[in-house]
Design a protein around this ligand. Structure first.
Ligand SMILES: C[S@@+](CC[C@H](N)C(=O)[O-])C[C@H]1O[C@@H](n2cnc3c(N)ncnc32)[C@H](O)[C@@H]1O
Length: 272
């Protein structure tokens, strides 16, 4: 059985659900593009692992259309009830959400595609989780994983506070046993899990100073417990409260573009 970290290290607080919501809006175009290039088509039956508020599932539901079906699975009941509400609000009745552990949930059926966005990073052994879910695919089915390569985030021209913040976050994530650049080696994870014909492609939103600072500092707030635990920062000295303003001011002064991390999609097929 695939093992995943027992504790979802970034938690499920209301503010975290709000942050996931804001992040999902930034990621929607990249997610849709990756799903289309990877081969999500009308009529497919799709499983979304670690669905959260259901954003990737809802995009998939639009792509597979009324003749297709999507099932989103997550361990968090509150996130799932919001996901159901969003599906209703968007008039999508080809998607349903079920509570379950990502590495254990047994589909009891066959899917044409499995997708999972920003969830393998929380798995102790991502390849085992991919292998577990690949078993739910029909022969020649599509497996699509999407993960960040955090290390590509930057402001251009160079802004030292942005650089330092990204580096600290990456170090804290690593200290917690996760890979901040998992996206960069995602096709290797799929290969290791026995997925064939793998391909990978990265997309990244380029955004305004205000939105970029908001996204980065939102992520820092989420990561703060990890950062404190790692001993890399002491939060009062780190000055989270002022970080947003410092980053925004620095980026504005340099007239810099804020370049968010790359969302990498890696996909391939099970044996035919
Ligand atoms: C960063 S969020 C991503 C949510 C969604 N896939 C997206 O891209 O918007 C990670 C999600 O994975 C879920 N998750 C993490 N570990 C899990 C596990 N072991 N079983 C089920 N869900 C899990 C969390 O509850 C959370 O909703």
């Amino acid at each position: 059985m695939a093992t995943i970290n027992d504790e979802y290290v970034i938690g499920h607080t209301t503010s975290e659900l709000l942050r996931i919501d804001q992040q999902a809006k930034l990621l929607e175009p990249a997610t849709r593009a990756i799903m289309q290039v990877a081969g999500l088509r009308p009529g497919m039956r799709v499983l979304d692992v670690g669905t959260g508020l259901g954003d990737a599932a809802l995009t998939a539901a639009e792509l597979v259309g009324p003749d297709g079906q999507v099932v989103g699975v997550d361990r968090d009941a509150e996130a799932l009830s919001q996901a159901r509400e969003r599906a209703r609000a968007r008039g999508l009745d080809n998607v349903r959400f079920e509570q379950g552990e990502a590495g254990e949930w047994d589909t009891g059926g066959q899917f044409d595609a499995v997708v999972g966005r920003l969830v393998l990073v929380f798995c102790k052994d991502p390849a085992r989780v991919v292998r577990h879910h690949a078993a739910s695919l029909r022969p020649g089915g599509l497996y699509l994983a999407m993960e960040w390569d955090y290390l590509t985030a930057r402001a251009d021209p160079f802004c030292p506070t942005v650089y330092r913040t990204v580096a600290l976050m990456a170090a804290a994530v690593r200290h917690a046993g996760m890979d901040p650049a998992l996206g960069a080696r995602l096709d290797g994870v799929l290969d290791e899990a026995g997925i064939t014909e793998t391909e990978a492609l990265g997309f990244r939103p380029f955004t305004t100073t205000k939105d970029g600072a908001k996204a980065l500092t939102g992520l820092v707030s989420t990561m703060l417990p990890l950062m404190e635990h790692s001993g890399l920062v002491d939060s009062p000295d780190f000055g989270l409260e002022t970080l947003r303003h410092r980053i925004a001011a620095e980026v504005a002064e340099a007239n810099a573009t804020f370049v968010l991390p790359t969302l990498v999609g890696a996909w391939g097929r099970t044996a035919r």
